[in-house]
Design a protein around this ligand. Structure first.
Ligand code: BG6
Ligand code: MG
Length: 215
């Protein structure tokens, strides 16, 4: 029986995946390199440090740890500028309604995000109060596809992985959910999220009640 929903943040609840992409691209260009939108799929869901390592790896660039810290700081400053004036209008379609319906069905709700900026984003978009538990990049030691973030969320909600559904837009996140023993709902493209139990284009396409019947 499903007792809880665990949501990824960027690209599932809020339209911030585009800002992460924009900020990483600007950062890459700053150091004379670039990457494609296809490669960007691999950056979704993983930590800031691992994202930088991947970008540098694609360009076969090796730099000092101090320079890496500088670059991560730069990327985050740009990202924070993009989200500074964000409000509830940047929630993805149907998100607020979906959270409210899930609550009224008696489900527990957690956040399972790699981002260290999760709480301010939930505050700006006015959905923080829906969450019974929040696990983000400030709490985890292992990045998706490791299931740690979702297992911590389930533990805080006092549910077993098989009693929770994870909503994810990233390859790494879907993999993390499946490895952890959760049902994984992919948000995005079926062609990309091949390991998900089912894929929807967006939250607005899902009816929480029928989802509970199916899983
Ligand atoms: C994930 C995003 O949610 O968080 C990634 O999908 C991002 O794109 C990662 O890099 C870390 O985010 P932040 O805000 O801590 O840099
Ligand atoms: Mg995401």
């Amino acid at each position: 029986m499903i007792k809880a929903f665990i949501f990824d943040l960027d690209g599932v609840l809020v339209d911030t995946a585009k800002y992460h992409f924009r900020a990483w691209k600007a950062l890459a260009n700053e150091i004379g390199i670039d990457f494609t939108e296809k490669e960007n799929e691999q950056l979704k869901g993983i930590s800031r440090k691992e994202s930088l390592e991947l970008i540098l790896g694609w360009a076969k660039l090796s730099i000092s740890e101090d320079r890496k810290l500088e670059l991560m700081e730069m990327k985050n400053t740009w990202y924070l500028q993009f989200v500074e004036n964000m409000d509830a209008s940047e929630l993805l379609k149907g998100v607020r309604e979906f959270l409210a319906q899930s609550k009224s069905l008696g489900l527990k709700i957690a956040l399972g995000s790699a981002s260290k900026n999760a709480i301010p984003i939930l505050e700006k978009t006015d959905i923080l109060t829906f969450f019974d538990a929040i696990v983000d990049g400030n709490h985890t030691t292992k990045s998706k596809p490791d299931p740690q973030v979702f297992l911590m969320g389930a533990e805080l909600l006092e549910v077993k992985p098989e009693e929770a559904v994870v909503f994810e837009d990233s390859l790494a996140g879907v993999q993390a959910a499946k490895t952890g023993g959760f049902t994984a709902i992919g948000i995005g493209s079926e062609k990309v999220l091949t390991q998900a139990d089912i894929v929807y284009k967006g939250i607005s396409e899902i009816d929480p009640k029928s989802l509970l019947k199916d899983f």
